[in-house]
Design a protein around this ligand. Structure first.
Ligand SMILES: *[C@@H]1O[C@H](CO)[C@@H](O)[C@H](O)[C@H]1NC(C)=O
Ligand SMILES: *[C@@H]1O[C@H](CO)[C@@H](O)[C@H](O)[C@H]1NC(C)=O
Ligand SMILES: *[C@@H]1O[C@H](CO)[C@@H](O)[C@H](O)[C@H]1NC(C)=O
Ligand SMILES: *[C@@H]1O[C@H](CO)[C@@H](O)[C@H](O)[C@H]1NC(C)=O
Ligand SMILES: *[C@@H]1O[C@H](CO)[C@@H](O)[C@H](O)[C@H]1NC(C)=O
Ligand SMILES: *[C@@H]1O[C@H](CO)[C@@H](O)[C@H](O)[C@H]1NC(C)=O
Ligand SMILES: *[C@@H]1O[C@H](CO)[C@@H](O)[C@H](O)[C@H]1NC(C)=O
Ligand SMILES: CC(=O)N[C@H]1CO[C@H](CO)[C@@H](O)[C@@H]1O
Length: 495
């Protein structure tokens, strides 16, 4: 009984969670403008509930929901109703409980035994870890990914060698990418989610409160910890699906990769939703690196300020998004230029940004599966480090999944975990192939890493017919750079 309640609470938490989908949506905002003139709506941040109780498939459903919400907001459509998402989660729960996903482990139909049944098999997974090569493309999903999906946490990045560059730690199994910067006097380290799909920068304030009291085990900013902190009276707020962050603008010194931005204006959150403030959330704030035309705070992004202050020559952010299974931990973001050691120079293509509101969105010339053209034309892609998967218009997603030999039910699309079929997206006449490992995201049954896997591409039920939201599943396969002044996006093959 008690367990059931715990589980119900847990489920509610999952439904209100997601880490890296914090994205303001201007069009959506504008639709809501009458009701709430300065509020923008963002998907929820994931609550890092103790992973011991959460099946990775539930977390994955959350990523799919999150991507859908994010796409809805980006394209100005109404997002899926909370009850629809909840229904999806319940359906998935039901599947897991009733054992139709994993008949061999179906023992009861009650929620209270769910996590125990799941954990009963975790030794098996651990054992598989020593057997499965993490780089294998035909051995199914790497045990490293499965364990990271179970346990969460950050995998730190190596210290980058390039100038003006921050390492990107990996959140769980390639769910999000987090850099450490310094703020205040004396400088304190803050872990910040780096998000090419939004444009507000904020951290929690020393006076931050959540429904649970404090804002958790995070680093905060304020006059007690920083002598250079200056608070303004100007409020800001960012509303999430079921919670919000609200605070005031402030000025303080921000140091990113040794670049010292004095008196930069950004937000400190005095209130965070419970989900946002949880101890287990592995970051203290979020940095949006889209164009500041998207910003709810209505201030330049840090990279725009670095450029206007002459600290970098141009407002460029360049990303190497790393893959946990590679165990190279070489993720990084470079400000003011590109790190030429990370890509093959003659593969670099540069395309115009077509987003009218400040996202990074480019024309996608072609989509191929094992070199075979899908015939899809006139598509665009919003390139977003803050989205884990690829969310495509349903007709497109279903066509690609069919070509991958996969299938879709009402909850998700799956492909074989051992699929070695490659999907490639083409930008600026250059085709970028997605590693098949990235397309087979997580086994439906974690004890069967060579069975069916959640696919890295999922249908977005509310996007336009031509607009894709392209997240880390793709971005792990290209060097990605955005240039605000020239309004251009560059992609290159990784070296
Ligand atoms: C958000 O900010 C706007 C404009 O400052 C304000 O009118 C609104 O009340 C704020 N909402 C919340 C929930 O604080
Ligand atoms: C949990 O499973 C055990 C058998 O593994 C069963 O005896 C018990 O009744 C189940 N608990 C509930 C609440 O269903
Ligand atoms: C791992 O390898 C050991 C020894 O070869 C074997 O006994 C065990 O069954 C394997 N475990 C899995 C999960 O494949
Ligand atoms: C970093 O910048 C310094 C000073 O401009 C330069 O001497 C050095 O070669 C640069 N290092 C790299 C790796 O680009
Ligand atoms: C709080 O965070 C610190 C540093 O990240 C960590 O060492 C510590 O274990 C955390 N404590 C709790 C209670 O989570
Ligand atoms: C997939 O694997 C099969 C069997 O190992 C091989 O014949 C085929 O060429 C592979 N396809 C690709 C696209 O790598
Ligand atoms: C793609 O190729 C076509 C035909 O060769 C050319 O006209 C077009 O400019 C190219 N586009 C880009 C972005 O290079
Ligand atoms: C914010 C911004 O500059 N957006 C531009 C992106 O690109 C489109 C098409 O070139 C322009 O119309 C937008 O103004």
């Amino acid at each position: 009984m008690q367990l059931s309640i715990v589980f119900a609470v847990l489920l509610a938490c999952i439904l209100h969670s997601t880490p890296s989908d914090a994205i303001p949506a201007r069009a959506h905002h504008q639709r809501l403008a009458r009701a709430n003139p300065r509020t923008i709506t963002m998907p929820l941040k994931r609550l890092h509930v103790p992973r011991t109780d959460v099946h990775p498939q539930l977390l994955l459903q959350q990523h799919i929901n999150r991507g859908n919400k994010r796409l809805a907001r980006m394209t100005g459509r109404s997002e899926p109703a909370e009850h629809e998402l909840r229904a999806e989660m319940h359906k998935r729960m039901y599947l897991l409980e009733s054992g139709s996903v994993n008949p061999s482990s179906a023992t009861t139909a009650t929620g209270s035994n769910f996590s125990r049944r799941y954990w009963r098999n975790s030794k098996h997974v651990a054992q598989a870890a020593s057997n499965t090569s993490s780089t294998s493309t035909d051995g199914g999903v790497s045990a490293l990914d499965i364990q990271a999906a179970e346990n969460g946490g950050l995998t730190p990045a190596k210290i980058p060698t390039a100038n003006n560059t921050l390492g990107l730690a990996i959140d769980a199994d390639d769910v999000g990418y987090i850099a450490t910067i310094q703020i205040g006097t004396p400088p304190q380290n803050f872990n910040i989610l780096m998000d090419s799909g939004s444009a507000d920068f904020w951290v929690g304030s020393e006076t931050c409160q959540s429904q649970q009291g404090t804002c958790g085990n995070h680093t905060f900013l304020g006059s007690k910890s920083s002598s250079s902190f200056v608070q303004s009276n100007q409020n800001f707020n960012v509303t999430y699906g079921s919670g919000s962050v609200a605070g005031v603008l402030c000025q303080d010194n921000v140091n990113m990769a040794g670049l010292q931005l004095n008196k930069h204006t950004f937000g400190v959150a005095n209130e965070e939703s419970v989900q946002f403030s949880a101890d287990t959330v592995p970051f203290d704030g979020l940095m949006g690196l889209a164009q500041s035309t998207l910003s709810n705070e209505k201030v330049p992004t840090p990279v725009e300020s670095l450029a206007s202050n002459g600290l970098i020559s141009s407002a460029i952010s360049s990303f190497k998004i790393s893959r946990l299974a590679d165990q190279l931990n070489d993720g990084q973001v470079t400000f003011g230029g590109l790190d030429s050691t990370k890509f093959v120079a003659n593969t670099l293509v540069t395309i115009p940004n077509v987003s009218k509101i400040g996202f990074w969105e480019g024309a996608m010339d072609a989509i191929t599966v094992n070199g075979q053209d899908t015939g899809m034309t006139g598509r665009t892609a919003i390139l977003d480090t803050g989205t884990t998967l690829i969310i495509a218009p349903p007709a497109d997603a279903l066509a690609v999944i069919a070509m991958l030999g996969g299938k879709c039910d009402t909850q998700q699309c799956t492909i074989s975990c051992t699929s070695n079929t490659s999907v490639a997206l083409s930008f600026g006449n250059a085709s970028f192939t997605i590693d098949p490992r990235d397309m087979a995201v997580l086994p439906v049954d974690v004890n069967d890493p060579t069975g069916d896997c959640t696919a890295g591409i999922q249908p977005g039920t509310i996007g336009t017919n031509t607009e894709w939201l392209v997240g880390d599943v793709f971005l792990k396969n290209a060097y990605f750079s955005v240039d605000t002044q020239n309004n251009k996006i560059s992609l290159a093959k990784l070296s």
